[in-house]
Every structure is written in structure tokens, then in C-alpha cells.
Design a protein around this ligand. Structure first.
Ligand code: FMN
Length: 187
């Protein structure tokens, strides 16, 4: 099996970067859906496919922006509103990734793992197509105001907010610790 760093999968894993500066160029919806359908092949136990998505694009990004701003304190809003409004109205797509909160520990763990796998699969498939993504877990995600404004129900968890678009800037890689440093081998 070709597991060299030069294989297409290995290369995508190593070269993908979280993108925080985007061009305003729209992302075709067919491309987005195709990438989502690829990510749907992520491993998920008992094939529960424990994910759903809420997408904001075009003028509806205003609704997303208001949901974020409404979750801020007065002071935070004063400090960040202009910057955030500009940022969220430039990035072409915001995708909220949601999972059901199964009360059983085993199922919750499986579902969370599956949704994280979905997100990374999506990020890699997007990268291969020249699209950038960043996976965010900002404090607003946990705020009741935001959850209600975007239609996340009690009993659901937001696993991440993905910002998606064509990269304006690709940051340099942050070095990783070699696996050997974290590996205990018994033989
Ligand atoms: C679960 C998770 C949550 C993250 N949350 C944030 C976040 O809130 N804000 C952010 O700027 N990046 C966030 N990131 C992206 C990481 O900061 C990023 O992956 C890390 O800096 C390594 O950079 P790279 O992805 O370009 O290799 C998150 C990543 C993961 C996996």
C-alpha cells in the first residue's frame, strides 16, 4: 500500500491548512453538496449518520452574523461588531454542524467521533478542490441566544462552525510532534 507522504491522501492530510482569510468568490452549491456527500462516507457506528447541517450563504449571512453578535456581551459587541460583520459577510459560506446528544455515553462518544470524522473528511475533500475551511468552536456556539437564532434544538450539540471559501492566504504549517514522542510500544 502506498503510504508515502507523496500519496494523494497523505499529501492532502499534510498540506491542508485551516484558512482564516478568504476571497469573497462564491462557492458553487453543487460543489459544496458534492463535498458533503463525500464526507458522508466518514466512519459512523451503526450507520446512525449522526449529523445535520445549517448553511448560511449570500444575504442570509446577515442572520448568522446577528446570531453571533447577539450572543456577545455589550462590551464584546462594541469591540468586535465591525470586524466580525466584515469577516462573516466576506466568507462565502458558514456551515453549522450539529449532532444529537444521545444520553448514553457509548452512543454519544460514537456519534461525536463520527461527526468529527465527517468534518475532517469534508475539510480534506474541500482542500483537494482548492477550497479552504476552518473548524471553529468559538464561545458563541454554546450561547442559548445563538443556538435559538440558528434553530438548534435542545438535545442537539453544535460540534463546529465551518467557515468555507477560496483561500486568500494559506498560512504556513505549524510543526507537529513526531509520533515516536507520543508512542508507547509493548513488544
Ligand atoms: C475541534 C477543533 C476546534 C477548533 N476551533 C478553532 C477555533 O475556535 N478557532 C480557530 O481559529 N481555529 C480552530 N480550530 C483550528 C485549529 O486551530 C487548527 O487546526 C490548528 O491551529 C492547526 O492548524 P492547521 O489546521 O492549519 O494545521 C479548531 C480545530 C479543531 C479540530
Amino acid at each position: 500500500m502506498n503510504n508515502s507522504p507523496a500519496s494523494p491522501v497523505a499529501q492532502a492530510i499534510r498540506e491542508r491548512r485551516s484558512i482564516r482569510q478568504y476571497k469573497s468568490t462564491p462557492v458553487p452549491q453543487e460543489l459544496l453538496l458534492s463535498l458533503m456527500n463525500t464526507a458522508n462516507w466518514a466512519p459512523n457506528h451503526a450507520l446512525r449518520e449522526p449529523w445535520r447541517f445549517i448553511q448560511y450563504k449570500g444575504a442570509a449571512r446577515e442572520t448568522f452574523t446577528e446570531a453571533v453578535l447577539g450572543a456577545m456581551s455589550k462590551e464584546e459587541r462594541q469591540k468586535y461588531e465591525i470586524q466580525r460583520r466584515k469577516e462573516y459577510m466576506t466568507i462565502p459560506v458558514h456551515l453549522i454542524v450539529v449532532m444529537p446528544e444521545d444520553p448514553r455515553d457509548k452512543q454519544w462518544t460514537e456519534d461525536f467521533g463520527a461527526v468529527c470524522s465527517w468534518i475532517q473528511s469534508f475539510q480534506l475533500a474541500a482542500w483537494e478542490q482548492g477550497l479552504g475551511v476552518v473548524w471553529k468552536t468559538n464561545p458563541y456556539m454554546f450561547a442559548p441566544f445563538f443556538r435559538e437564532a440558528v434553530g438548534v434544538a435542545p438535545g442537539e450539540k453544535i460540534v463546529g462552525v465551518l467557515h468555507i471559501g477560496y483561500p486568500e492566504v494559506i498560512p504556513p504549517a505549524k510543526p507537529r510532534t513526531p509520533a515516536e514522542a507520543r508512542l508507547t510500544v509493548h513488544e
